[in-house]
Design a protein around this ligand. Structure first.
Ligand SMILES: CC(C)(COP(=O)(O)OP(=O)(O)OC[C@H]1O[C@@H](n2cnc3c(N)ncnc32)[C@H](O)[C@@H]1OP(=O)(O)O)[C@@H](O)C(=O)NCCC(=O)NCCS
Length: 332
């Protein structure tokens, strides 16, 4: 019997309507469009507005679009994994809220938290359930409502993040398409540079933690930048080397969108020209788990069956990794 691989058979995305521009940020903190653009590549990001709306409200429209595009009935879905750092609630899992909302009554689901590498980790995890032969339809979601944990008085952090997400369908393939290799890494000593100080079991919410603004993402930008540039480039080079791929063999780099300069450094190390790099950071900023599926969604019409893709990410934790996959379908 030929080997079963997990192939992406469809992709969908969702970004909220509200556009937070660099110009509007200029009215909120001491910053300017020129600084943000030259240091990060970001021009605008989306914000999910509305009382009681969480990450599931970003994921559900993406999953509904995915079911439609792949002609899948909700009850056919076996498993839904939601990568997110901003779950609707501490519990239950956002994945369960999504499956209930879309009518995936036969699916089990759970969340996976690996900050900006969440979607990569979830994609590898989901692929194993397909490769084992146990499941046939696995949805992997990457979505975040970062605006819920961003301090809009901290100019070094609030300019980077935005809300959005996407979803892919994984199905078995026996012709050699799909996820072929991955390198995943983590290093908990990096936690000091990027974390949330309160709200976890170490430091539950109190009036004092709220007053000290400890429920927002804390980031030491320069330190994170240094590790990210090296980490993302290292794993991308590693996955290429061990699969004997040169820059010419790779059709697309699908990088996590945290900072345009980090993306350029990775592409450079891989020997890729700019035209082979998926980029939407200028429109959406860093949507954490959402960036990679949002890129795939936006570039789907340019992807051809057999294209070699390298997906790469770096994030809080620290977590980082790269996936090598062979795209499984032509534009529909
Ligand atoms: C956050 C980040 C954009 C800051 O850019 P930087 O070039 O490292 O900037 P620095 O932190 O060194 O700050 C340089 C100066 O700009 C200032 N500055 C910071 N944010 C600013 C802003 N929004 N507007 C204007 N000036 C700003 C700083 O105060 C500092 O001023 P000083 O020299 O007078 O002290 C950058 O470090 C980064 O992208 N880091 C990685 C973030 C990341 O990837 N996070 C997600 C993990 S997946």
């Amino acid at each position: 019997m030929s080997k079963i691989t997990a192939a992406i058979t469809g992709v969908a995305g969702y970004v909220p309507e509200y556009v937070l521009t660099n110009k509007e940020l200029e009215t909120m903190v001491e910053t300017n469009d020129e600084w943000i653009t030259s240091r990060t590549g970001i021009k605008e990001r989306r914000i999910l507005k509305g009382e009681g709306k969480g990450t599931s409200h970003i994921a559900v429209p993406a999953v509904l679009e995915l079911l439609k595009k792949t002609n899948t009935k909700p009850e056919e879905v076996d498993l839904l994994i939601c990568a997110t750092t901003t779950p609707d609630m501490v519990f239950p899992a956002t994945a369960n809220l999504i499956t209930a909302e879309v009518g995936a009554v036969n699916a089990f689901g759970y969340d996976l938290q690996a900050a900006c590498s969440g979607f990569l980790y979830a994609l590898v995890t989901g692929s194993k359930f397909i490769e084992s032969g146990q499941y046939k339809k696995v949805i992997v979601v990457g979505a975040d409502k970062m605006s819920s944990i961003i301090d809009y008085t901290d100019r070094a952090t609030c300019i980077i993040f935005g809300d959005g997400g996407g979803a892919v369908m994984l199905e078995p393939n026996t012709e050699g398409y799909g996820i072929l290799d991955s390198v995943l890494k983590s290093d908990g000593t990096g936690a000091q540079y990027l974390h949330m100080k309160a709200g976890g079991s170490r430091k539950p919410a109190t009036i004092e933690t709220v007053q000290a603004r400890e429920h927002y993402a804390y980031q030491e930008g320069q330190a994170v930048f240094k590790f990210a540039v090296k980490g993302m480039a290292d794993v991308s080079a590693e996955v290429m080397e061990r699969n004997h791929l040169t820059g010419d063999d790779v059709a697309w780099l699908v990088p996590h969108q945290a900072n345009k300069r980090i993306i350029e450094a990775t592409a450079n190390r891989m020997g890729l020209s700019n035209e082979k790099v998926m980029l939407n950071i200028h429109k959406y900023g860093n949507t954490t788990s959402g960036t990679i599926p949002l890129c795939l969604w936006e570039y789907e019409s340019q992807l051809k069956k057999g294209d070699n893709l390298v997906l790469a990410a770096f994030g809080g934790g620290f977590t980082w990794g790269a996936i090598y996959l062979k795209w499984a379908y032509d534009p529909k």
